[in-house]
Every structure is written in structure tokens, then in C-alpha cells.
Design a binder for this molecule. Structure first.
Ligand code: NAD
Ligand code: LMR
Length: 332
């Protein structure tokens, strides 16, 4: 049976993540190879011509799954009827800037787009915020769209999760697909805590803990963590632009697993509205290990947290609490 098309909004679609992301969505990377899509692309008036160019390329690519394209600078038209919203639009961090520097530019955008989504998106629309500060933009979106269930509003930490998998795979010289269950805790910022204490690698003699295979706690507790924490900044330094293809790919991974489910025995990291699990601050968008089934995420419970990890979970939680206060001060 042919499926009804799913409407997917990408804001900031004329930007560099947008340019990498829309063809992935149109090829079925996000929602599956049998799922038709209608793309809604939003950008601001100065980018309207470029946005139209992206639309022309989507037509030229003749994607069989792509059943329509809405390219607009009108936020209401963009949000109308969307089932999935990927919020990439905003002001990106440049070399030398901390995420907090871009806060005031972005939270006001997220406040106004919250209302448009609340009023015009399809019921049960799933929202993924990519634009930085991603956790706090998502929180502002949630606070100013009170009728959208909090569980439907998430932010992207899957890129950090994938970066952690990539580092372990390189260190051990194993396939990245054989590494699983790393965790990104907290903020999508340099305070995030990439945790390998529960991560495993599939080997010819079965699944083995990453710590047992790496045999180098100094590296796992030091360079590994800082490399993942600082990877976004390293990409900016190298490209003079922030990560785009890896961010677009991670956004597809995030939505795909949320909608279609995580494989048995595997969790992923998602920024979700915190209920205070693992003594993280409640009421912020905090990255946790989650499993997904039937379109719903659930925080993995009961994982042991050692003293080293506890301090790192608290530190990144503290930063999110501070960002929340700063965001509100920018809006008042
Ligand atoms: P970009 O500057 O190339 O694109 C951003 C686009 O957003 C531009 O086309 C701009 O015109 C548009 N825009 C600005 N204000 C808008 C608004 N009010 N409504 C709709 N569109 C608007 O930036 P990029 O490299 O694509 O990055 C986008 C965002 O994603 C940045 O905030 C960046 O820091 C963030 N990012 C997050 C992650 C993550 O893992 N969470 C990873 C990489 C980048
Ligand atoms: C990234 O992680 O690549 C992005 O969030 C870019 C940034 O601002 O660090």
C-alpha cells in the first residue's frame, strides 16, 4: 500500500545544514525508503532567492519520494500541517564565539516560531531543534508552545553521540557500526559529558565493554571527552563554517529512530525535557540515553553513575540552568 506523504518542515533551509539535509529527507534517509514526503522549507527574506534555488535543485533531482515542495519566507505557510519540524534556522556560531554569544539572537526567533508551530502544525508534530543554543532554543520553543506536548520537543545531541562512536571506532580500529550505547549527557556544548561506561563493541567473541577493550582510562577520561566536547569548534576552525553534513545526517538519525524505533538493546542520545532522571535538573532540555518505540522516546533508567560521571552530569546541568536564566533575561 502506498503511504500518505509526511510533511517535513526545515527552517533555515537555504543555509548550509539545510542544503545537506533536504536531499537526505527527499531520498528517504530520515523517514524510510517507502515514505513519501512533502518538504516545507522556511528561510528569511534575504535568503529567499537562494531558497528558491534549493527548490529548483530539488525539482531537478527528481526524487521519487518527493511529492511536493513549499519554499517560503512566511512562517505560517511553512508550519501549516507539518508532521515533523526540523528547526535549523538561526544565527550560527562563528569562530571564537561561545554558544552563549548567539543566545539572544536565537531565543527570540524560537519564541515566535513556537507560536506558529503551535497554531498551524499537525497535531502530534514532532519537533527537533538543531540551531544553537539547541537545548535552550528547544526549551524556549516548548515554553511558548504550551499546547504542544513537552515530549514532542527535542534537541539534537545525536551528532555528539555519533562523534563519540566515531572516536571509539578510530581508537580501536573497529567498524563504527559495531560500537553502541555511548551516552551524551546534558548540553550540546563544551560542557556535555560523553560517557562510555556502558558502551560496548561487538567483537568476534561477543559484545565487550569499551573500557575493557580500550584499556586506557586516562584517554577515555581525558582526551576522548575533550575531543568530543570540542569537535564542533574544531570543525569551525578547519572549515571556517560549522559542521553541516554530519549535522544533517545526525538530524536524520534522530528523527528516524524516534519515528521508526531504536534497535533492540541499543540506545541513542536525545535532548529531551528533563523529568529529573539521574538527578539532572528538571525543567530544562537535557540529553539522556533513550530508547524509542511506537514514536515515543523513553529515558533509559537504572544505569550506574560513578563519582567522576556525577560531577560531569551536574556541571552540564548547571550550565543548562544558567542558560535558561540567561534566555529569559534576553526575552524580557
Ligand atoms: P547557516 O547560517 O548556513 O544557515 C542558517 C539559516 O537560517 C540561514 O539560511 C538563515 O537565513 C536562516 N535563518 C535565520 N533566521 C531565520 C529565521 N528567523 N527563520 C528561518 N530561517 C532563518 O547555518 P548552518 O551552518 O546551517 O547552522 C544552522 C544552525 O545549526 C546554527 O545555529 C548552528 O550553530 C547549528 N548547529 C547545530 C548542531 C547540533 O548538533 N545541534 C550542529 C551544527 C550546527
Ligand atoms: C557543532 O557541534 O558542530 C555545532 O553545534 C557547531 C557549534 O556551534 O559548535
Amino acid at each position: 500500500m502506498v503511504k500518505e506523504p509526511v510533511r517535513v518542515l526545515v527552517t533555515g533551509a537555504a543555509g548550509q545544514i539545510g542544503y545537506a539535509l533536504v536531499p537526505m529527507i527527499a531520498r528517504g534517509v530520515m523517514l524510510g525508503a517507502d515514505q513519501p514526503v512533502i518538504l516545507h522549507m522556511l528561510d528569511i527574506p534575504p535568503a529567499a532567492e537562494a531558497l528558491n534555488g534549493v527548490k529548483m535543485e530539488l525539482v531537478d533531482a527528481a526524487f521519487p519520494l518527493l511529492k511536493g515542495v513549499v519554499a517560503t519566507t512566511d512562517v505560517v505557510e511553512a508550519c501549516t500541517g507539518v508532521n515533523v519540524a526540523v528547526m535549523v534556522g538561526g544565527f550560527p556560531r562563528k569562530e571564537g564565539m561561545e554558544r552563549k554569544d548567539v543566545m539572544s539572537k536565537n531565543v527570540s526567533i524560537y519564541k515566535s516560531q513556537a507560536s506558529a508551530l503551535e497554531q498551524h502544525a499537525a497535531p502530534n508534530c514532532k519537533v527537533l531543534v538543531v540551531a544553537n543554543p539547541a537545548n535552550t532554543n528547544a526549551l524556549i520553543l516548548k515554553e511558548f508552545a504550551p499546547s504542544i506536548p513537552a515530549k514532542n520537543i527535542t534537541c539534537l545531541t545525536r551528532l555528539d553521540h555519533n562523534r563519540a562512536l566515531g572516536q571509539i571506532s578510530e581508537k580501536l580500529n573497529v567498524q563504527v557500526s559495531d560500537v553502541k550505547n555511548v551516552i551524551i549527557w546534558g548540553n550540546h556544548s563544551s560542557s556535555q559529558y560523553p560517557d562510555v561506561n556502558h558502551a560496548t563493541v561487538m567483537t568476534p567473541s561477543g559484545e565487550k565493554p569499551v573500557r575493557e577493550l580500550v584499556k586506557d582510562d586516562a584517554w577515555l577520561n581525558g582526551e576522548f571527552i575533550t575531543t568530543v566536547q570540542q569537535r564542533g569548534a574544531a570543525i569551525i576552525k578547519a572549515r571556517k563554517l560549522s559542521s553541516a553534513l554530519s549535522a544533517a545526517s545526525a538530524a536524520c538519525d534522530h528523527i528516524r529512530d524516534w519515528v521508526l524505533g531504536t534497535p533492540e538493546g541499543t540506545w541513542v542520545s536525545m535532548g529531551v525535557y528533563s523529568d529529573g532522571s539521574y538527578n539532572a535538573p528538571a525543567g530544562v532540555i537535557y540529553s539522556f540515553p533513550v530508547t524509542c518505540k511506537n514514536g515515543e522516546w523513553t529515558i533509559v533508567q537504572g544505569l550506574a553513575i560513578d563519582e567522576f560521571s556525577r560531577k560531569k552530569l551536574d556541571l552540564t546541568g548547571q550550565e543548562l540552568t544558567e542558560e535558561k536564566e540567561l534566555a529569559y533575561s534576553c526575552l524580557s
